[in-house]
Design a protein around this ligand. Structure first.
Ligand SMILES: CSCCC(=O)C(=O)COP(=O)(O)O
Ligand SMILES: [Mg+2]
Length: 226
């Protein structure tokens, strides 16, 4: 094995941090952030993508305000839409940089990342959170700046996490055979897709309410042995 690819929520980071700290932080600031940054190219692109999805799904043209309300609805329903994920990353940046939020990382994670790097493995992240959000959570983390451990970050630009093609895309981009890549996640369907693409898999079972599949399991990163 040459490469370890890790999920974030439920794997390196508690689900409660994402849902009870990160999502509310973005939700509370979303309307004002969009209003104050309407001339920003990234925000314009986010609104454009949101409107395009609304049009495709309801055949209706929506205003900037309606697009903002739709983005808020997507936070509530945890829709992993790239426009929302990009906007969340932009809003979270202010919180991380000002010290209002620190990315939660389980204590076993930095120990394992260090050991894996020292053993010659290359490490990467694949999350529905945007690449920017991934950079932030690992740079401004409860365990210090872990960003230097990761050589690559992938978000849904390569495809959705439950689709086999996404894992094939990652393997092609990395130029590493899927069989040489170990994917870590708490979600059975993501692991099923990675395995179908030929990757090795381990399911993180950090909480008792995880839906267990037929993958190898580990309660934390210390239990991952090669
Ligand atoms: C990268 S931190 C933000 C996490 C996030 O927005 C999210 O949707 C979690 O998705 P994951 O694929 O890491 O379960
Ligand atoms: Mg997860």
């Amino acid at each position: 094995m040459k490469y370890i690819l890790t999920d974030v929520e439920g794997t390196t980071t508690s689900i409660s941090f994402v849902h009870e700290t990160l999502f509310p932080f973005a939700k509370e600031r979303l309307k004002s952030f969009v209003a104050e940054n309407l001339n920003n190219n990234d925000v314009q692109e986010i609104l454009k993508q949101t409107k395009a999805t609304a049009k495709a799904e309801t055949q209706k043209d929506i205003s900037d305000d309606e697009a903002t309300d739709l983005l808020l609805h997507w936070i509530k329903t945890d829709r992993k839409h790239p426009a929302l994920k990009d906007l969340q990353g932009l809003i979270w940046e202010g919180g991380y940089v000002s010290g209002q939020i620190k990315g939660h990382i389980y204590k076993d994670v930095p120990v394992a990342l260090k050991a894996w790097k020292e053993a010659g493995l290359t490490l990467g992240v694949y999350s529905s959170g945007s690449v920017k959000a991934q950079h932030l959570i690992f740079e401004f983390s409860t365990e210090g700046n872990l960003r230097p451990y990761f050589s690559n970050h992938f978000d849904t630009a390569v495809g959705h996490k439950r689709e086999v093609a996404s894992y094939s895309n990652i393997s092609n981009i990395l130029k590493v055979e899927p069989s040489e890549i170990l994917f870590l996640s708490d979600i059975k369907e993501e692991l099923d897709a990675a395995r179908e693409a030929g990757m090795q898999t381990i399911q993180l079972v950090r909480q008792n309410d995880v839906v267990i599949g037929d993958h190898k399991t580990a309660r934390d990163f210390n239990e991952i042995k090669f």
